[in-house]
Write a new protein. Structure first.
Length: 365
């Protein structure tokens, strides 16, 4: 009884597509379950034998169709030469695979945010390579960082986000098809079109640098972020709990004395700036008016020496009005008034606008 054996023989080395550092890969065949997958560029030798003589090879043939190719006989027969019932065609399928895998890169980080069509990642970002091959499947994926030798990819790729990054990668399938090198770069000091890494926090400031404030002052906090933008500003007064800043801060409810505003901002991927501190003295106390009075020797004039004392910002000016119908004049030196004057109004104003009033009335003699 004659036996017929079909034997496949192959041996081809694929040269690297790029001279930089792609690793050499041997083109081969791969068995996937019951399927044989053949690198389409390899020759296919068919040997027909009864098993009793030496192998003699025919001229090689090459598979012309991507995917399924068939070696066939019209009807399947058993070992006794009888047609298998019901009649059926006998096929031996060989799959030709000439297409390299496709590898894509994605980025994973704790925080990310899309701003103006560009996705930004926090500085813990890592690269993830995902490969796909339709027939024989992916055998291995390689990557290189900043021109280093290609190494096997076996998990998330970390890199230093504070400098320029160049990432190259490619995959090889199970029959030796080598993908072209893909490359992606990130420039830490330039505008990248594909993606961004935001490792800088916003910068905030308060609109006032004065050390003394009045009850009328408003504190405005502003913040800027050069990348994804400011998400929220938080502030605290005198060690109280932080709360979102939504409108100017008033002095309402604060006592005369020292106070402290702490504030910071976060951007949209939660980069947080260091806490800023603004300390000031709230001056809401008016000056205290003191009067030293004397009468001249002729008992015809009163001599008034007026003084105003302020606890913090200092006295800006003192105004004096003689009787109700008189005009206010600024006090600069002791004043002399007729004994006949019955009423004096004194107004003291400090540099924060706090005002005190003192009225002195004299009875007719």
């Amino acid at each position: 009884m004659k036996r017929y054996i079909v034997i496949f023989v192959f041996s081809v080395i694929a040269l690297p597509l790029f001279s930089q550092s792609q690793l050499p890969e041997k083109k081969t065949i791969y068995q996937k379950g019951d399927s044989i997958i053949w690198n389409k560029s390899l020759p296919l030798y068919i040997h027909i034998s009864t098993g009793e003589e030496d192998y003699k090879f025919s001229k090689p043939m090459y598979l012309d169709t991507e995917g399924a190719n068939y070696i066939r006989t019209k009807w399947e027969m058993d070992s006794l030469g009888r047609y298998v019932q019901p009649l059926r065609e006998q096929l031996w399928t060989v799959y030709a695979d000439s297409r390299a895998p496709v590898t894509k890169v994605s980025f994973i980080s704790k925080e990310k945010y899309t701003f103006k069509g560009k996705t930004y990642y926090s500085d813990d970002v890592k690269a993830k390579l995902t490969s796909y091959d339709a027939l024989s499947g992916v055998k291995v994926t390689y990557y290189s960082i900043d021109g280093s030798e290609f190494v096997k990819y076996d998990g998330l790729i970390s890199f230093d986000t504070k400098k320029d990054i160049n990432l190259k990668f490619y995959s090889v399938d199970n029959v030796g098809n080598v993908e072209d090198i893909s490359e992606i770069s990130y420039f830490s000091d330039k505008n990248n079109l594909l993606f961004g890494i935001d490792n800088t926090a916003p910068v905030s400031k308060i609109n006032n640098s004065d050390s003394i404030l009045s009850s009328k002052d408003l504190l405005v906090i502003s913040s800027v972020d050069d990348n994804v933008g400011v998400s929220v500003i938080y502030y605290s007064i005198d060690g109280g709990g932080f709360k979102p800043y939504e409108k100017p801060i008033t002095m309402l409810g604060l006592k005369d004395g020292k106070h402290k505003i702490e504030y910071y901002a976060l951007d949209w991927i939660n980069n947080q700036e260091e806490t800023n501190v603004y300390e000031f003295y709230l001056d809401i106390k008016a000056p205290e008016i003191k009067i030293d009075e004397s009468i001249n020797e002729l008992n015809s004039k009163r001599i008034l020496n007026i003084e105003a004392i302020d606890n913090k910002s200092g006295v800006k000016k003192i105004l004096v009005q003689l009787n109700d119908n008189g005009k206010f004049v600024e006090y600069n030196e002791p004043i002399s008034i007729d004994i006949a004057h019955q009423k004096i109004k004194i107004v003291a104003i400090d540099n924060m606008g706090n005002t005190s009033v003192r009225i002195i009335s004299y009875s007719k003699s």
